[in-house]
Design a protein around this ligand. Sequence first.
Ligand code: PLP
Length: 366
Amino acid sequence: MDKITEMYSTVNANVHRGVHFLSQAATEEHEASRETVQQFINAASPNEIVFTRGATESVNMVASSFCSRFCSEGDEILITAMEHHSNIVPWQLQGEKQGLKLRVAPINEKGELLLEELEKLISPRTKLIAVTHISNVLGTINPIEEIIEIAHRHDVPVLIDAAQSVQHCRVDVQQLNCDFLVFSSHKIYGPTGVGVLYGKEKWLNAIPPYQGGGEMIETVSFEKTTFNKLPYKFEAGTPDYIGTAALATALDYISALGIDEIAHYEHKLLEFATEKLLSVPGLRIIGNAANKSSVISFLVDGIHPYDMGTLLDRMGIAVRTGHHCAEPLMHVLGVEGTVRASFAFYNTKEEVDLLLKGIERIGRLF
Ligand code: PLP
């Protein structure tokens, strides 16, 4: 918030446009933010970092640009049963335009991806695999290194939805060797309305721009336009240079805390909370993967998730309820919705105890 105020107060001018001081200062901030993102996910070059409005827009960008260049009728995009709507619907929208099919890799009853089944679903028509790193419902941490390895063996590129992972564990795009990766600023303590698309330079160079406008062009005439170099080719219009600076500030904050320390602390909290919640009579945890991040989806016999959520809210406890933007997963799990408690580095064991007491109290009420 301080960074946003500072930016509006001191360097609020459009980037890449002016020779005047304010514009240059804003441009320097914006490009330094890109380098901060690059270093945070260890991308090979700042050219591979495209600023977007969020993970959702980043997926839409790849669905539109990648598919229009590399897919034709009958081709397939492979996703998993645990995807967020934002990693399902963009492929369907593009699929309708081009006659593409969506294939869905199944999960087991613990909420783990069935890797062998995923590999069986790869066909000569598979053009891309789009998979979430961490499920926002189940907390499952998918073995994305293996998935990427399998996909590349079949010459298929991979998009990683890291919306739920960059804030919880180390993500190194060069080590992973993923082709695309997306995340949102607001889920890593930055401002809303900003996101990132990482893409290997070879892919970003090969696919067409997503939107047209200022900034993304090299030369324009009424007859023909040539496009700017990376990453500007994908950043049509005035970017949210104040939002990107605030995102960079949030990333610096996370780096100073230490992402590995955060992962370690949150894992301890998850273990503590899991044990506590399982002691509640009639409580069932949805998502019991061996490798799990710090979210717990649960249901208590005889209590509708909305009732649980509403009553916990009265006690000052914020949980999410419903289908969590993963309706197809709810169908797979055979539930209408769940209650989800999400833990971050700022949560404490005392708060877990309060949640437990709240759930027990509601149980007695019912
Ligand atoms: N992917 C996952 C796994 C998510 O949990 C979310 C949001 O909850 C998104 C994508 C979409 O993020 P955004 O709404 O910030 O674009």
